[in-house]
Write a protein that binds this ligand. Structure first.
Ligand SMILES: [Ca+2]
Ligand SMILES: [Ca+2]
Ligand SMILES: [Ca+2]
Length: 269
């Protein structure tokens, strides 16, 4: 709890304690109000990270690119479009595809990428300590290796983004658990390859497994939301017309695609 609850709580407090400014509400007041409300809010600030509020707190795959000019391009592929089921016996598993990288959106990055993060929400990843795919799985972006699932810190949440009982993984996405974590790269070679691949118009999210075909994955959990947000710096819409504020395409927003009762998991360990 403590500071991890602040984000969602302040939203609540602005409704319930309207005489307080959210900017000036300190932790003591937060604690007081938590007591008044009775039910502590537990929205995860970890899964929110530095993402704008038009990205849902969990769910889907969020790609956060910072261009060489400082412009951020943030996309969220909707959870409902992503892979769920038993993994194929051959690599790569295609998790899903982010469309919308038009020439105009690519140009907004200023000719390169300086930093890239990918937020993944996955139920039943089996890549944490003690799981059978520890250090076996890597995330691919347009076929480019973007990191080992087992080295990503991940947090368990509910389907709507509240902190879950299982806390943090310490690395990896756990068995029978909805975990969300960020893959991040500032490696110049990786980022140059990724930037070059955007000319396809898409980012295909894939997964390479050293011993494929032994997994059940559910990437559809969480909140079903999709956006393309081109902002922070020179602001460009896909049509190329400058606008006075960050441009966002918001897709479907459905609380809880998430079913918590899916029982079709392949039993492998
Ligand atoms: Ca394995
Ligand atoms: Ca499992
Ligand atoms: Ca495997």
């Amino acid at each position: 709890m403590s500071y991890c609850t602040k984000s969602k709580f302040l939203t609540m407090s602005s409704k319930n304690l309207s005489n307080f400014s959210a900017k000036t509400v300190g932790f003591a007041v937060t604690s007081l109000a938590l007591g008044l409300l009775g039910t502590p809010a537990q929205a995860s600030t970890f899964t929110r990270g530095s993402l704008p509020t038009d990205v849902s707190e969990v769910g889907g795959i969020v790609l956060d690119l910072t261009g060489s000019n400082g412009t951020r391009v943030i996309t969220q592929a909707a959870a409902s479009t992503l892979f769920v089921g038993n993994s194929p016996a051959t690599n790569p598993l295609i998790i899903g595809t982010q469309t919308g990288f038009s020439p105009t959106v690519i140009a907004a990055l200023g000719g390169g990428i300086s930093q890239a993060s990918v937020r993944v929400s996955l139920y039943d990843g089996d890549t944490a300590a003690g799981n059978f795919d520890l250090n076996d799985n890597t995330l691919l972006l347009n076929g480019i290796n973007f990191g080992n699932f087992s080295t990503v810190q991940a947090q368990n949440t509910t389907a709507t983004g509240d902190e879950g009982a299982s806390g943090f993984s310490g690395g990896g996405f756990r068995d029978n658990t909805l975990d969300t974590g960020f893959f991040t790269s500032s490696d110049t070679t990786t980022l140059a390859s990724l930037f070059g691949s955007l000319s396809s118009g898409n980012v295909v999210f894939g997964l390479n497994d050293i011993d494929p075909g032994d997994q059940f994955y559910d990437f559809t959990r969480g909140i079903d939301s999709s956006i393309i947000n081109v902002g922070s710096g020179p602001i460009v819409t896909p049509g190329g017309t400058p606008v006075p504020e960050p441009f966002t395409i918001v897709g479907t927003l459905v609380g809880g695609t998430a079913n918590t009762s899916r029982l079709s998991q392949k039993q492998v360990d």
